[in-house]
Design a protein around this ligand. Structure first.
Ligand SMILES: Nc1ncnc2c1ncn2[C@@H]1O[C@H](COP(=O)(O)OP(=O)(O)OP(=O)(O)O)[C@@H](O)[C@H]1O
Length: 359
């Protein structure tokens, strides 16, 4: 775990970059620092690997004050990914990735074998390793940057706006990739962005900062979107924050009506075959028994967004909950899906565990 314990930074010219922050960054999770330009995000991130020394307070890594650790050694145990990847232009991709293993004194063959493994892990073809950074696209360079940060298998990853220099489509791909990697690797990730969309997509917890590194809110993405701490946070989250929450909440949160409780909604009836596979909706008042497509969602793997989409597309306004074999297990109206967006018992401004508040 990384702990900021009253960590502050006052520069010699008197600028207070960070006033003094208490924050716990839990192990094995992604914590995102988000906030307007100049609020101190990069300063906080760099305090962890001692690229910035706090002028007050401490930063603890698994209980040890990083100030007691030798910087070069500390940094070898912390992956660091920055905007534009920051690759060495004169070194082949494979050697860029192997930078830290070389520094750790691994022999060349072992270091390159590890780098080749990492190329694959971040979704790049083996031949990419032989190229120079300028021969890669921006998105590919960022992948190399991530691979390089992971080379010595550090438990901690610091990521400073790593995806902000690429276009939105590539960026979404890189975000997916990071989530996939994290589901395998379980690193302690501290991720800086000024993009709230990225923050709620990636963060297990999101720390919204105001000027001088003060915490405006610390919460999981869903709580943040549905219960912003105050008007400033709500404004920062944007007007469509409620809709964005749909993509974050699992469809299992919907209180679906079991198939055994009936398949009629007003004049519409869902027909199933003998195996409970949906055939379609029938308008019971219509003269002909025309079948209308039944759209469904998987409660175990989909989000509320998919469930709502299925409900909206259905002529009855009802989504069909399906099991892994496509059998109907329940039905959920638009209203039922939307009701799942509300978090019972959550008070506006509540924070998650691990928050120790700002000063
Ligand atoms: N060496 C320095 N001397 C004086 N002030 C500095 C120095 N480095 C940073 N600052 C100031 O500290 C504040 C925080 O900077 P920091 O780079 O941490 O912000 P940030 O939130 O990462 O910003 P951005 O999103 O624009 O990258 C800013 O006001 C910045 O101008």
């Amino acid at each position: 775990m990384i702990r900021f314990d009253g960590a502050g930074k006052r520069h010699p010219d008197g600028t207070i970059a960070v006033e003094g922050l208490d924050l716990d960054v839990p192990s094995g999770r992604i914590t995102v620092l988000v906030g307007p330009s100049g609020c101190g995000k990069t300063t906080l991130l760099r305090m962890v690997n001692r690229m910035v020394e706090p002028s007050s307070g401490r930063v603890l890594l698994d209980g040890t004050d990083v100030a007691e650790l030798e910087p070069a050694k500390l940094r070898r145990g912390i992956g660091y990914v920055i905007q534009q990847a920051g690759l060495f232009p004169h070194r082949k991709v494979i050697d860029n990735i192997a930078t830290v293993p070389y520094l750790l004194g691994w022999d060349r063959r072992k270091a390159r074998a590890r780098a080749a493994e990492l190329l694959e892990l971040v979704g790049l073809a083996p031949e990419t390793g032989k190229r120079y950074p300028f021969q890669l696209s921006g998105g590919q360079q960022q992948r190399v940057g991530v691979a390089r940060a992971l080379a010595a298998d550090p438990p901690v990853l610091l990521m400073d706006e790593p995806f902000s220099a690429v276009d939105p489509v590539v960026r979404a791909g890189l975000q997916d990739e990071l989530l996939r990697l994290q589901s395998e690797l379980h690193k302690t990730v501290l991720f800086v962005t000024h993009d709230i969309e990225e923050a709620v997509r990636l963060g297990d917890q999101v720390v919204v900062l105001r000027a001088q590194g003060r915490i405006a809110q610390l919460a999981d993405p869903h709580t943040l979107l549905t219960a912003p701490a105050d008007d400033d946070v709500a404004a920062f989250l944007g007007r469509d924050r409620g809709l964005r929450g749909l993509g974050l909440r699992p469809a299992s949160a919907v209180d679906a009506r079991p198939v055994s409780d009936g398949l009629r909604y007003g004049g519409w009836e869902l027909t199933l075959d003998d195996d409970h596979l949906p055939i379609g909706w029938i308008d019971r008042d219509a003269v002909t028994a025309e079948l209308h497509p039944a759209s469904g969602y998987r409660p175990d793997t989909d989000t509320l967004r998919t469930a709502l989409d299925a409900a909206v597309l259905s002529p009855a306004g009802v989504a069909v909950a399906l099991d892994a074999d496509g059998r109907a297990i329940g039905t959920a109206s638009r209203e039922a899906v939307l009701a799942a967006l509300a978090v019972p018992g959550d008070e506006p401004g509540s924070t998650t565990d691990g928050a120790t508040g700002g000063r």
